[in-house]
Structures are given as structure tokens and as C-alpha cells.
Unconditional design. Structure first.
Length: 345
């Protein structure tokens, strides 16, 4: 079983604040001992924070960058994930740009990753790169002798793709890649991504306590829960880990879930069901795809960081490796199909 990735403790308030203050002082050609500079620094910092909060492209971009770190950490194949683009870089060629992450997998493979959020007005539009920016990322990877990969979050579909940067022609005037091509070249399986399928429906059944009263009205049902059951198709899931997995698939998979549905027979409440099932079924197929693990982790991340009012935080307080789910090697009650999709030639 993969080990859970956790943050190495840091003290950004102590060290990064003084680094930021020193950068501000240098830019103003002043000294740390100047007694008047602190108020100017606080005003400038406050103005920049307010401008950043009012910039949705910046906010969503930073949140997506952080989301990828959590997705990679939770998929189970990474042993180290480090933000690469933090701090100064000293180089002979200043035309280099550090990418967002340096990643080491459990098989020893190390690569660099740049993260992009793509949410165009036209959902079929490809992601376009600035040629100079893509070239600067490639230069950095070449100097460090590491592969560079581009992680794109196609937010309208909640899909992640991870593409080798050399697959994008940096010699074009406007380098770009479409979702169909990115899906063909996708290397998210390196991180442990899989497509998960099971037999629908998944049912979360709440049974009333027979020793407690049940109150009915035209718009209200009041009862005490006596038991909770999970079903996969017609099969009662009797294993705790499989029940937890079924709930995870219900909450964060692609299948729409129903409103609570009372099951009443002879004016007696038998149960209340919440049912998750795909909109359509594939004929003569015992399973349907619930979604990719990376997409489910992203839905969990979105749940923790957004609300109807928009972005509430850039990243959750949870440890980075905790948003995934343990996938058992075999299941007794929950019918499970796992597909590892590797990039094509």
C-alpha cells in the first residue's frame, strides 16, 4: 500500500514574510533599518492582495496549481512533490522559467510538471501556449536534465491530462493542444490514475428505528435512523471498507444522485433511499464508468475549497495525500472494475 504524503512543516509567516519584505526594500533601494518603510510595505501588500482577490484568472489558476499537487499526492504513486517555482533562481541564461512542481515517483522516476487551468468560453477550444513561455520551461528542464510534462485541468469536464511537453510543437507561432489529442497522449496513469466502473445503481439506504415514532405530513417526514445500508446493484455491501468506497464513489463520482426517496408500504416507512446511477446504461454491459480517480479527488478538492459564492480558499487544511480512497485488490460485495489507461503511440 502506498504511503500517505504529508506536508513537511514550515513557518511561512516567519521566513517568507521577511523574504518578501526584503525584496520590497531592495526594490525601493532602501534599508531594513528604515523606520518608515514598514507602513509602505503593509500598504503595498494590502493593495496587491486586494488586486489578486479581484482577479478570477489568478485565483482559479493558483487554486488549480495547488489542486494538482493534492491530486498527485492522493493517487498513490508519488514519494515527493515539491513546488519548484518558489524562491530565487540564479542562472547564466535568464530566459528560463521554473515549472510549478518537481515530482519523484515510487519507481524513482523524476520529472518536472507545469500546471494549467483551461476554462474557455468555447469548450472545444484547444489550450494555447505563449511560445516564449513554453520555450522558457523547456530550457529549464533541459538544464536540469529532467522531462517536462504539462498538466492541464479541463475544468468544464473535470478532466486532468498530463502530457509530455515535447508533444507540443514549440516551434509553431501559437503552440496548442486539444482535449482529444491530450486524452490520447495522457500520462496521468504514471501518478496512479485509473478509471473506475461498477454496477449501478449505488444506493444509500436509511432504515428507521422501529422503536421510535415516524411522523408524516404533506411536506415533512420525521424519523430516527436505526440502520444505514449501502447497495451495489441488488447486493448489500457488508464490508466496512467497501461501504466507504461505495460512498466515495457516490459523493465524488460522475453519476447524479437522487433526492431522498421514501419507500413506503402499507403506510409504513421502510426506508429512505438516495440513489446514484448513470443517466444512460450501456446494453449488455454489467458495469458503467463512475469516473477517473483524479476527477473524484478534484471534486473532493472543489467541495473543500469552493461554495456557491466562489472560491473560499486556495487549498484545504487537509494533508495533501488524504483526498483519495484506498482501492482494495479484491472486493466481495462491491462489484468493481479498474482500468489503467496508458498513452497511445
Amino acid at each position: 500500500m502506498a504511503k500517505e504524503l504529508k506536508r513537511i512543516p514550515r513557518n511561512p509567516e516567519k521566513f517568507e514574510s521577511i523574504d518578501l519584505f526584503h525584496a520590497f526594500v531592495n526594490r525601493q533601494a532602501l534599508k531594513l533599518s528604515d523606520q518608515t518603510i514598514e507602513q509602505a510595505f503593509v500598504r503595498t501588500l494590502s493593495n496587491e492582495i486586494n488586486r489578486s482577490k479581484a482577479n478570477p484568472i489568478l485565483i482559479h489558476g493558483r487554486r488549480t496549481e495547488s489542486m494538482f499537487g493534492y491530486v498527485a499526492a492522493s493517487l498513490g504513486k508519488c514519494v515527493v512533490i515539491k513546488q519548484e517555482d518558489k524562491g530565487d533562481v540564479y542562472a547564466v541564461d535568464t530566459g528560463m522559467q521554473p515549472p510549478d512542481y518537481r515530482i519523484i515517483l515510487d519507481n524513482g522516476y523524476e520529472f518536472l510538471a507545469e500546471v494549467k487551468n483551461h476554462h474557455p468560453r468555447d469548450p472545444t477550444a484547444p489550450y494555447r501556449f505563449r511560445k516564449t513561455y513554453l520555450t522558457s520551461l523547456l530550457k529549464y528542464a533541459e538544464v536540469f536534465n529532467r522531462d517536462l510534462k504539462i498538466a492541464i485541468y479541463w475544468s468544464q469536464w473535470n478532466i486532468w491530462t498530463l502530457i509530455a511537453a515535447q508533444e507540443i510543437d514549440a516551434n509553431k507561432t501559437k503552440p496548442s493542444i486539444s482535449l482529444p489529442l491530450a486524452a490520447k497522449l495522457n500520462e496521468m496513469s504514471l501518478l496512479g490514475d485509473q478509471s473506475i466502473a461498477t454496477t449501478p445503481p449505488l444506493v444509500w439506504r436509511l432504515r428507521p428505528d422501529p422503536q421510535k415514532p415516524v411522523a408524516f405530513s404533506d411536506s415533512h417526514l420525521d424519523f430516527t435512523i436505526g440502520a444505514v445500508e449501502l447497495y451495489c446493484g441488488d447486493t448489500l455491501i457488508q464490508d466496512t471498507s467497501e461501504r466507504n468506497l461505495a460512498l466515495y464513489l457516490m459523493f465524488f463520482g460522475r453519476w447524479p444522485a437522487s433526492d431522498p426517496q421514501p419507500r413506503i408500504r402499507n403506510d409504513i416507512l421502510e426506508a429512505v433511499d438516495i440513489v446514484a446511477t448513470p443517466d444512460t446504461r450501456t446494453p449488455n454491459q454489467p458495469f458503467e464508468f463512475v469516473g477517473d480517480l483524479s476527477g473524484m479527488i478534484s471534486r473532493y478538492y472543489n467541495f473543500l475549497t469552493t461554495s456557491e459564492g466562489g472560491v473560499e480558499r486556495l487549498q484545504p487544511a487537509h494533508e495533501p495525500g488524504t483526498l483519495g480512497v484506498v482501492m482494495p485488490s479484491t472486493c466481495v460485495y462491491l462489484k468493481l472494475w479498474r482500468f489503467t489507461i496508458r498513452r497511445g503511440p
